[in-house]
Structure formats: structure tokens, C-alpha cells
Design a protein around this ligand. Structure first.
Ligand code: NAD
Ligand code: ZN
Length: 364
């Protein structure tokens, strides 16, 4: 098992460790028991993950001498809302959860965001530990302390910055993850390669060639690299005031495509399309070598993610959603571009005609 520390400046007490390994539940139990973050724990999960892994996780924690209750919410983004949040906090109250209680989020980004948010407001804040079970949660949402729930008006409109006490990434959880969800997480891993680590892209290309994308040693390696990149960015810009924006590579067009598809496209699929768009724009506007843009597109396609906007989707709908973003951000859309692989920067304004042209090029 590997560990890396997220160092949050000047506030030692908020720094925490990310533990990465395979079959690490017993070690995790011991580490949690040793740290005495709380006197009792509530494992929050969703019904899918609870059925697959809940008992095993609870047993490992109890074996370490911890008192553990378990709550499962319905799976899916619909649970990341205020009604489920209130059901969760009511159930915590019914269980007698007090300020000596900590929450453990066992699940994907939905459970992680919901539990992290609940922990930051329940009794004015109790500790949370992240135990991510999707590839996306393991490389992205469990690290960095952003929490959120959706409202009728939009995604993540309520949220806090609430760093966990620790993150435990057990690769073994990924064995039960459906391929489609796995690919969605791969999109974020590819993103880290593009913005920070061409070596990660080499590694991904090698695994595609050998058919080893789901092999344990490979996963441990790429997840560790992804976590290192994310935590270094978070250390420099915890509250998302600037640098953290580079993590949005592919996400500007991605979010617009995701919404325009009525969420028929997954987040990963949408970001994949957005990354191809960003690579093409980087090539056209900022001198990214054509070979690099083509390499990004080929990798995306080779892992089974889309590199084109579906034929039935309306380009003008996507563009109007991008303009909506523009209003939200005060007149400019922040596009993350790259000059070369590993060198991202934020371009504060791309003329609509160039954008339309680039998107047209992504139609089949
Ligand atoms: N806080 C952040 O910084 C941040 C970053 C990125 C994304 N997010 C949020 O993350 C959410 C998406 O997360 P997600 O993609 O993990 O989706 P998710 O949590 O909905 O999980 C996807 C599905 O996989 C199932 N599942 C989870 N782990 C499994 C496993 N090991 N085996 C089998 N099935 C499993 C879940 O039950 C669910 O049905 C979004 O709400 C997004 O806003 C947050
Ligand atoms: Zn994303």
C-alpha cells in the first residue's frame, strides 16, 4: 500500500493522507482505529455498492474495534439532492450520531459529494473519510474536498469545501465496476495525462495495446499518478481561485454536450468529446502540434470513448449552453487549452465563429 500526503498550507490539522492499494480494508480499519478521528462511525453508501461491498467494509472496520452503523441511499445522481440529504441527516439523528461521530463515504462521486456535504453541515460539521469505489471517484471526486448537492436549478449549486480526514483507495472495488462506468473514469485519467503527464498517456496507450486496462498493477500505477497530480493542484489552489481551473480541460464543451444530450451521454463520454474539441482548438489557436491532437483523439477512441458529437445532436443547442456558461462566468468562458502535452493554460475568450467551426468538425 502506498500513501501520499495532501499538504494544506499553514493548517497542518487539515492535511491528510491518500492511501492506495489493493485489498487494503484491514489496513484501513487499523489506520482509522489508530487515528481516533471519532468514537463511532456511520458508513454511508448507495444500495448498489452497499449490496456488493457494504458488509465486507463494515466487517473490516468492526474487526479493528470500531463501532459502525450503515445507511444506504438510492443509487444515481437523483440522490445528490436536498431531499436525500435531509433523509440522510434525519437518519443520522435517529441513530444518535453526535459530534463524536464520523461519516465514511463508501461509493462513487454521488455518495462522496452527498456524504461530504452532510458531514460539513451536520451539527456544524463532523469528520468524513472517503472510500471511493468508482474510477472517477478514486482519481477525482474523493480528493480535494469539494462537496455538493444539486438543486432544481442546477448541479452542485449547494456545496462546501470540506477536506476529508483520509482517503482510502482500494483498487479491488473496481472489479465489480461496469465497463461503462470504468470508461467514464478513464476520461478523467486521460485528462490528467494531457494537462500534466505525457508519461501517463504512454502508459494508457501501452495498456490499450496489451489489453491490460483493467489489470491491477496498471490501475494502481495510473491511479497513484492521477491522485498525485490532483493533490498537487489542490495544494496550490484549494478554493478554486485559479490554477484548479486546469482540471476543467475538456469540461467546458463537455458540460454543454452532457446537458444538451439530456444526460444521455455520461460525464466521461461528454468530457471525452470536450477534450477532442479542446485539442482541436489548441491546435488551431495555440500551436499544439497536429500529431498531439491526433494522438489524444486516437487514445480516446481506443478506450471506447466517443470522439465525435452524436449525429442527432443540435450544434446550436450546445453553443447556446456555452453562452449560458459565459453569462454565469461574467462574460468570458474559460477554456483550458494546451500549447503542448503537459502545458495547460486558461484562454479567456474564443470567438463564437471559431468555436462553431471546431464543433462542426466534430460532427460525423
Ligand atoms: N467533488 C468533486 O470534486 C467531484 C469531481 C468530479 C465529479 N463529482 C461528482 O461525482 C458524481 C459522479 O460520480 P460517479 O461517476 O462515481 O457516479 P456514481 O456515484 O453515481 O456511481 C456510478 C454508479 O456506479 C455504481 N457503483 C459505484 N461503485 C461501484 C462498484 N465498485 N461496483 C459496481 N457498481 C458501482 C453506483 O451505485 C452508481 O450506480 C457527480 O455527481 C459529479 O458531480 C464530484
Ligand atoms: Zn469531470
Amino acid at each position: 500500500m502506498k500513501a501520499m500526503k495532501v499538504n494544506l498550507e499553514g493548517k497542518t490539522v487539515r492535511s491528510y493522507e491518500i492511501h492506495i492499494g489493493t485489498e487494503i480494508l484491514d489496513r484501513m480499519g487499523m489506520i482509522i482505529a489508530m487515528n481516533r478521528w471519532a468514537e463511532r462511525y456511520v458508513l454511508v453508501t448507495d444500495e448498489n455498492v452497499g449490496a456488493l461491498h457494504g458488509e465486507r467494509v463494515q466487517a473490516a472496520l468492526e474487526k479493528a474495534g470500531l463501532q459502525v452503523d450503515r445507511i444506504a441511499v438510492a443509487p444515481g445522481e437523483a440522490s445528490k439532492g436536498v431531499p436525500t440529504l435531509l433523509t440522510l441527516t434525519d437518519r443520522l439523528t435517529a441513530l444518535g450520531a453526535d459530534r463524536q461521530t464520523a461519516l465514511i463515504a463508501l461509493g462513487g462521486g454521488v455518495v462522496g459529494d452527498l456524504t461530504g456535504f452532510a458531514a460539513s453541515i451536520y451539527l456544524r460539521g463532523i469528520p468524513v473519510i472517503q472510500l471511493p469505489t468508482t474510477l472517477l471517484a478514486q482519481v477525482d471526486s474523493s480528493i480535494g474536498g469539494k462537496t455538493g448537492v444539486d438543486t432544481a436549478a442546477g448541479k452542485n449549486l449547494l456545496g462546501t469545501f470540506n477536506q476529508p480526514k483520509g482517503v482510502f483507495i482500494d483498487i479491488a472495488f473496481l472489479r465489480t465496476l461496469p465497463d461503462e462506468m470504468f470508461r467514464s473514469g478513464l476520461a478523467e485519467v486521460i485528462k490528467y495525462g494531457i494537462i500534466e503527464s505525457p508519461g501517463l498517456l504512454d502508459d494508457l496507450e501501452g495498456a490499450v495495446a496489451s489489453g491490460g486496462l483493467r489489470e491491477t498493477a496498471f490501475l494502481e500505477r495510473i491511479i497513484a499518478t492521477a491522485c498525485r497530480i490532483k493533490k498537487e493542484i489542490v495544494e496550490l489552489d484549494e478554493q478554486d481561485r485559479g490554477l484548479r481551473r486546469i482540471l476543467n480541460f475538456g469540461h467546458t464543451v463537455g458540460h454543454a454536450v452532457e446537458a444538451a444530450s439530456g444526460y444521455a451521454l455520461s460525464h466521461g463520454e461528454s468530457v471525452a468529446i470536450g477534450m477532442v474539441a479542446a485539442a482541436r482548438l489548441s491546435e488551431r489557436l495555440h500551436g499544439l502540434p497536429a500529431g498531439d491532437a491526433a494522438r489524444i483523439t486516437a487514445l480516446i477512441r481506443s478506450v471506447g470513448l466517443p470522439d465525435r458529437i452524436p449525429a442527432e445532436m443540435d450544434l446550436e443547442d450546445i453553443i447556446s449552453r456555452l453562452s449560458l456558461d459565459k453569462k454565469k462566468e461574467g462574460g468570458t468562458i474559460h477554456f483550458v487549452m494546451i500549447r503542448k502535452l503537459g502545458t495547460p493554460f486558461v484562454n479567456g475568450g474564443i470567438p463564437e465563429e471559431i468555436l462553431r467551426d471546431a464543433l462542426k468538425g466534430l460532427k460525423p
